[in-house]
Design a protein around this ligand. Sequence first.
Ligand SMILES: [Zn+2]
Length: 230
Amino acid sequence: MSDSLRAEIALGCRILALEDQGDFVWGHVSARDPDGRGVWMKAATLGFEEITPERVILVSWDGDVLEGDGRRHAEYPIHTELMRARDDIVGVVHTHAPWAVAFASTGEPLRPVSHEGTLFVPPGPARFTKTGDLVLTAELGRDLAAEVGDRNAAFMVHHGIVTCGPDVVSAVMSAVLLERACRTQIRALAAGGPKTWSSDEEALVKREHCYRPVLLRQAWDYLARRLDER
Ligand SMILES: [Zn+2]
């Protein structure tokens, strides 16, 4: 079981690299350990594109490395505290997604001006503003989890994003789609600002039509094939 999870996390990391969400060696993907010991996550000191299944380690709820070789990321509480707060979360992604960071600084609400935004709006990603510094403590992780609430994403203003879902695929694809939604809206802002976007009603219908789990998996598989071509 852990072998397939490690492979899925590693592939998710490489997909995020392909989507330009790497920030040197920072940013992480995690999955809840099926045996309840903590979270499997990418090892520190490596870029997303360098991650193989062997470079995914098991980190306890208190930050001890229980299995695998490598150092754990200092910001592991983002993952452990979100999963502690929400039984439904299996996958978590944190990146320094550049378009999303720029967009969050505008203070504008995310609008579903294209398909991508409908995965998040309504109600829209949470905005975590308690600190733009690293999330280094369980206390800050709990504050972030409280801000996320029952949503699938948050802007960590001045820092990055966090996305979560019932599996690794949905968490990674949410990060990919949130970044693309922010890029699209920044383009609209640069052209004078969006004048129109989907109503909440249309957005909810589109979410069902465009981003059901089976469709997110298809997009994931496509990105995996693109990696294979490299
Ligand atoms: Zn970070």
